[in-house]
Ligand binder design. Structure first.
Ligand SMILES: Cc1cc2nc3c(=O)[nH]c(=O)nc-3n(C[C@H](O)[C@H](O)[C@H](O)COP(=O)(O)OP(=O)(O)OC[C@H]3O[C@@H](n4cnc5c(N)ncnc54)[C@H](O)[C@@H]3O)c2cc1C
Length: 307
């Protein structure tokens, strides 16, 4: 399956594959499963349903690696629109947003992205809304961590994501604990070389547990973001044994994945947040979801060749 993951992540970058997947009706049902819609209205509609089920939401306006200032400004304005919708919402405490620094224009320069990012944080701060910075490929890790360290003293309504597959993440966990910023722990969704990331899945899982335990002990409201039932059970048992109350952390899962687990944890009294992506730039997000479970893609391709 590790091979299948690498194959999907590599081939999905080829322009003809992207064209095929974007145009093919075969992939539509799967895109619909993972993406809440093209517009903010559609994403808000899905969010209302989730909130009505006692789940909370983080909204993600899809897009990454903006190439021009116009694109970055359009993304920043959309983030601000989302934050204004949240501020006006009667259950605003149940909603926050997740953003990407490369969507704010990180490829156009750190200072440029910082300016856009700070504008978003300021609007978020007015309604006390949290703005999480997703973690992207390892080329951006250091710049993302440094950006969080730089803006956090003035904007404590931000935090980030750490990926357990990276060798550096234990050190980054200590840095974020020291800073007091919130961390979401994930395994990591990008194709990374062995020089920076553990190639072995069991090591990634082991580090996931280690980082989560550090954050449960000393972190600021960590988010345990995984659909891995074994890891979830291990961390529930750890928190219980250590007397860490359920209100001091939350579980997070992606829209369309393991609804049974989301509902089960909520019924047990754990806070559960669903990551709700929307927008028409769904292709890179979608291919990462396919790579996590190559069986999904192979099923579609098999039906294509059969028929
Ligand atoms: C809320 C949230 C935010 C995230 N943010 C980031 C981020 O900022 N940066 C980043 O690099 N990664 C991010 N990720 C993705 C993460 O890195 C993993 O790639 C992803 O969560 C799959 O790993 P897993 O922990 O669920 O474990 P896995 O071992 O991959 O999966 C465990 C089980 O979950 C189910 N499952 C997992 N993925 C799928 C899928 N796509 N389709 C169907 N079933 C599936 C399967 O039952 C599987 O057996 C995020 C994940 C979540 C939940």
């Amino acid at each position: 399956m590790v091979l299948g993951r690498a194959l999907i992540l590599k081939t999905s970058g080829l322009p003809f594959v992207e064209r095929f997947v974007r145009r093919s009706f075969l992939f539509r049902p799967l895109v619909k499963r993972f993406v809440a819609g093209d517009t903010l209205d559609e994403a808000m509609h899905e969010s209302e349903t989730l909130i009505g089920q006692n789940l909370t939401v983080t909204l993600d306006y899809l897009g990454e690696n903006t190439k021009t200032e116009d694109e970055a400004i359009q993304a920043r304005n959309t983030y601000i629109d989302i934050l204004e919708r949240i501020a006006a919402h009667p259950k605003k405490q149940d909603l926050n947003i997740s953003i990407k620094l490369t969507q704010c224009g990180l490829d156009l320069g750190d200072d440029y992205a910082e300016k856009n990012f700070r504008q978003v944080l300021e609007i978020g701060q007015r309604s006390d809304t949290f703005v999480r910075v997703d973690m992207e490929g390892s080329d951006y890790t250091d710049r993302t961590i440094r950006m969080i360290e730089k803006v956090f003293p003035e904007h404590p309504n931000t935090g980030t994501v750490l990926q357990s597959y990276l060798y550096r993440s234990i050190d980054d966990t200590k840095r974020m604990i020291q800073l007091g910023a919130r961390v979401r722990v994930v395994k990591g969704a990008y194709l990374e070389p062995e020089s920076v990331a553990h190639p072995d899945k069991s090591k990634v899982d082991e580090k996931y547990i280690e980082m989560s335990q550090m954050l449960l002990q000393d972190g600021n409201y960590p988010a345990i973001a995984t659909h891995d039932a074994k890891i979830i059970d291990a961390l529930k048992a750890y928190a219980k044994a250590e007397g860490i109350d359920r209100s001091r952390f939350e579980f997070q899962m992606l829209y369309g994945i393991r609804r049974d687990l989301q509902d089960g944890l909520r019924d047990e009294g754990y806070p559960v947040r669903v990551y709700v992506p929307f927008g028409d730039m769904w292709y890179p997000y979608f291919t990462r979801r396919l790579a996590e479970r190559p069986a999904n893609a192979f099923f579609i391709l098999k039906s294509l060749f059969k028929g």
